[in-house]
Design a binder for this molecule. Structure first.
Ligand code: PHE
Length: 339
């Protein structure tokens, strides 16, 4: 019987030492030392031994039980230590590892150009004025001398929200709002969004203009010419000349269109300027005396110039953006390039 017991202890030892989880170990514990355990079955067999043999075997049995219990507690410690090490390892921090970079946001190219334009004009004494995007016909058309049958008023060009309510098609509305409220002389720029019913690679239904208005005594066309030259060189560099061409706007007389030398080919002619060597930037002119008079400004005493430039166009030229729609699609891969 003693031999049998030794065998059992041997097997148990092997099993206990191989137990890799606390659960397995607890199963073994109950199998070998619990109430219905193998050791207990030996206990019951003591009765079949002779009186002399009983105490010795009882002792052996006790020792065996103690051994098994010790083996189990030892193994339990071992398993727990292993688990703990595993956790430590999985949660440990490698201080030598380089950190993960946080993506930094960047300004939108139009915001950049917007701010740069404000800086350039503010340095020359212009104030920044604002006007609403939602306008009435008076400020967008009537006060700007636009005849009732002018095609720009058409539903196919202008977004109307209601009868007399529309999304402004130009920042020239701010000319009117400023002349209504601002004491003379006036020297403002007004950057902002405009809306027209058009959509292609060089037109977006929402776009941006910057308006400029200067009204004072003795303002001439030469002053307009000067300010445009200065601005263009500040914005695009000293190599870039500007020119004006006769044009028509209802609210300026004379009126002109502003071109700059092509920023890609410097005037030689390329695909960007369609061979002409020049790129369109906006419109300009001397404020029509009619406009001044309608707003109660003495056109004998005061003259003024105004111009409006496409800010998206400026951003496209400055950053060589081929399609205007890229500016408004909010594709992170595109925007990332401006950080
Ligand atoms: N508002 C005109 C346009 O959108 C541009 C312009 C502004 C022309 C100021 C003359 C003076 O086309």
């Amino acid at each position: 019987m003693k031999e049998e017991l030794n065998k059992v202890v041997k097997v148990a030892e092997n099993e206990i030492n191989n137990a890799s989880s606390i659960y397995d170990l607890m199963q073994l514990k109950s199998r070998y030392t619990g109430k219905k355990s193998v050791l207990n079955s030996f206990m019951q067999k003591i009765g079949s031994l002779s009186k002399e043999e009983r105490p010795a075997f009882g002792q052996t049995l006790n020792i065996a039980k103690k051994q098994l219990v010790k083996m189990i507690t030892d193994q339990e410690k071992k398993i727990k230590e292993l688990d703990y090490n595993k956790i430590l390892k999985s949660e440990s921090i490698d201080l030598t590892m380089s950190g993960r970079k946080r993506a930094k946001g960047s300004l939108h190219p139009i915001t950049k150009v917007w701010r740069e334009i404000e800086d350039i004009f503010m340095a020359m004494g212009f104030e920044v004025a604002e006007g609403p995007d939602v306008e009435d016909e008076f400020h967008n058309f009537d006060a700007l001398n636009t005849p009732q049958n002018h095609p720009a008023r058409d539903l196919s060009d202008t977004f109307y929200l209601d009868n007399d309510v529309l999304l402004r098609t130009q920042t020239s509305t701010v000319q009117i709002r400023t002349m209504e409220n601002h004491p003379l002389p006036i020297k403002i720029i007004s950057p902002g969004s405009c809306y027209r019913n058009e959509n292609d690679a060089s037109h977006s239904p929402m776009f941006h203009q910057v308006e400029a208005l200067l009204v004072d005594e003795g303002v001439t066309f030469t002053d307009l010419r000067d300010i445009l030259n200065i601005f263009v060189k500040e914005m695009f560099g000293s190599k870039i000349e500007s020119r004006i061409r006769p044009h028509y706007f209802p609210f300026t007389e004379p009126s002109a269109e502003i071109d700059i030398v092509c920023v890609k080919c410097y005037g030689k002619g390329c695909n960007l300027c369609k061979g002409s060597g020049w790129l369109e930037m906006g419109g300009a002119g001397m404020v029509d005396p009619n406009v001044l008079e309608k707003l109660g400004i003495d056109s004998e005493k005061y003259t003024g110039y105004a111009f409006g430039l496409g800010m998206d166009r400026i951003a496209m030229l400055k950053y060589k953006i081929p399609d205007m729609r890229l500016l408004f699609e909010n594709d992170i891969r595109f925007l990332k390039q401006f950080s």
